[in-house]
Design a binder for this molecule. Structure first.
Ligand SMILES: [Zn+2]
Length: 405
């Protein structure tokens, strides 16, 4: 069948399933998303700046430590006050970028009330997470004033693994309802796939992902034996066929089998270590520039919004680096899927469904800076090149067919 099969033409045929108008809309949404990232950084800097100008955190800390130093209590109270203030100040921006914008592109059907309720749950989770992270961080700064950034990087590696596991068991169930997937050919297929590549196959779950978005999502794995495969009900509702499910779930299993979570964790720990080192160096100058009155040094929790601003700027600068790592991981998972389950067309079909909200053929520079997954154009092309080199023997796959619209 390889004769006459042209990967470039097959890729173009897949991308052409979206009308030119829809392509234009996807490009507008994607490029708007780049601006959301940039503006989001500015908004979080502005919000931290406002909190700094009020001087409220320094007053809270002074009040608590009037009689004697109570560093743990000071961090606890200051972090909570700061997280609540910043969380509330950010609501208009969050409502615009996470809800209104998604809604105007038809990517969510949630009512504002539902979104806002969920946002407060998210805020509470983030206050708790911030509290844990900054209690540890300020503890490290007091304990190792010179080398806290080194221990911070190492600690980050551990904490993010704990958060990852906690996310599966404590946080995801706050937002979605996870149930055992209903018996049927879909579940049998996924169980067989899991067995084939050594993914835990006893827990195949379905969650009501259609509640948040019409996007096509699944995730496989977990860590250290906390394994499971979770699939959005969208995968069962839309015109998903077995080939598509095999392609997508095979990709997710690739993340698990190829230990992408652990590798990603090491990458994040290293980036954190470098980031914290820079924060340590830049902090005194930032305090002066921002006019953070009453902040006595980096160990003073009243300087938290100064840290937030440094984190926001460094985080933005690190985006292309972490995106490049993430794109590598994603192509690796695609490759895993196609090598083990040989569904280049299944995966391509599923990928093409995502180009409604992610432009498929960005410029190289745009992809390098902003794309955390390789562009769909590049991913479908990789699938088609693989297909050309590995013809299937089954009669069903003899001809390169254009995907159904
Ligand atoms: Zn992936």
């Amino acid at each position: 069948m390889a004769q006459g099969f042209d990967p470039a033409a097959a890729t173009a045929a897949y991308l052409a399933t979206l009308s030119p108008e829809a392509h234009a809309k996807a490009t507008a949404y994607t490029q708007g998303g780049h601006w959301v990232l940039l503006w989001g950084t500015l908004v979080s800097i502005l919000v931290s700046w406002i909190v700094i100008q009020t001087g409220v955190l320094a007053r809270v800390r002074l009040g608590l430590e009037r009689k004697k130093p109570r560093p743990w209590l000071a961090v606890l109270v200051v972090v909570i006050v700061d997280a609540i203030l910043e969380g509330l100040l950010s609501i208009p921006w969050e409502a615009y970028s996470n809800w209104w914008r998604e809604k105007s592109y038809g990517l969510t059907s949630r009512a504002f009330g539902g979104w806002l309720g969920e946002h407060f749950v998210r805020m509470a989770v983030s206050v708790a997470a911030t509290l844990i992270i900054f209690s540890l961080l300020y503890g490290l700064i007091r304990r190792f004033p010179k080398r806290w950034w080194l221990w911070g990087g190492v600690g980050m590696g551990f904490v993010s693994l704990v958060f990852f596991i906690a996310g599966i068991f404590l946080i995801e169930p706050l937002f979605n309802n996870y149930k055992v997937a209903p018996p049927g050919p879909m579940r049998d297929e996924v169980v067989a796939m899991a067995k084939q590549v050594g993914v835990p196959s006893d827990k195949i779950l379905i969650y009501d992902g259609s509640k948040q978005s019409n996007r096509y999502t699944a995730n496989a794995g977990g860590l250290f034996g906390f394994g499971r495969v979770a699939m959005s009900d969208v995968m069962f509702k839309k015109d998903a066929d077995l080939a598509e499910v095999r392609g997508v779930v095979g990709h997710e299993m690739g993340h698990y089998v190829r230990k992408h979570i652990l590798i990603g964790d090491l990458e994040a720990a290293l980036m954190t270590l470098i980031g914290l080192y820079l924060v340590d160096r830049l902090f005194p100058a930032a305090v002066r520039m921002l006019g953070a009155r009453g902040v006595t040094g980096i160990s003073d929790p009243a300087g938290l919004p100064v840290l937030s601003i440094l984190f926001a700027i460094l985080g933005l600068l690190a985006t292309p680096i972490s995106n490049t790592f993430s794109r590598w991981v994603e192509s690796d998972a695609d490759h895993f899927s196609v090598v083990h389950f040989n569904e280049p067309d299944g995966l391509a079909k599923a990928l093409v469904k995502t180009i409604e909200y992610r432009a498929d053929s960005p410029s190289k520079v745009e992809e390098f800076i902003f794309y955390d997954h390789p562009s769909v154009g590049a991913r479908v092309r990789a699938m088609m090149v693989w297909k050309a080199a590995h013809p299937k023997v089954e009669p069903a796959a003899t001809a390169p067919t254009a995907p159904a619209p």
